[in-house]
Design a protein around this ligand. Structure first.
Ligand code: ADP
Ligand code: MG
Length: 153
């Protein structure tokens, strides 16, 4: 049994996922590493879209599946949104020079973090999205004190 601090939310539709991201965004401060777990189509990119919306980003939010990372310089910090789905080996982490994006001024959200093997920095929070009927369930689990302070209320 784990007694890590966690929060669970039922998300009936896409708007609810966006709303959770938007509500969560005001609790985020750099530096922070967030793993986004869940199958293809679980809503990881949608949640990120909601967070960016909450932080005032008004442009498009592309899935970084092909680019590996999309970066958004925002007022409070730079948000880096990674998707490691297409990695064939964890060494691609080094080839892409991703370490330098993890700084005191960055909040990093990582889809398919396990694809980076031991190169992926440890998470402050894991967001796990699962299908639940036509909707989704989102479980946020904090692994560090910084993560606990960043959970939505
Ligand atoms: P992932 O990044 O996990 O592969 P996406 O966020 O790209 O998933 O897409 C998930 C799909 O599910 C999108 O079509 C989105 O509109 C939809 N979706 C997101 N959240 C919900 C929800 N709470 N209920 C139903 N559909 C959702
Ligand atoms: Mg995605």
């Amino acid at each position: 049994m784990s007694d890590l601090p966690s929060i669970s939310r039922l998300l009936a539709d896409e708007a609810a996922t966006l709303d959770l991201g938007e509500a969560w965004s005001s609790r985020l401060n750099a530096p922070l590493v967030i793993y986004l777990e869940g199958d293809l189509g679980a809503g990881k990119t949608t949640l990120t879209r909601g967070i960016l919306r909450g932080l005032g980003h008004r442009g498009p939010v592309k899935s970084p599946t092909y680019a590996i990372v999309e970066s958004y310089p925002l007022k409070p910090f730079t948000l880096h949104h990674f998707d490691l789905y297409r990695f064939t080996t964890p060494e691609e982490w080094e080839d892409a020079g991703l370490d330098e994006l993890f700084s005191a001024n960055s909040v990093c959200l990582i889809e398919w973090p396990q694809q980076g093997g031991e190169f992926t920095p440890p998470a402050d929070i894991t967001a796990t999205l699962t299908h639940d009927g036509d909707g989704r369930k989102c479980l946020l689990t904090a692994h560090t004190e910084r993560g606990r302070e960043s959970l939505p209320l």
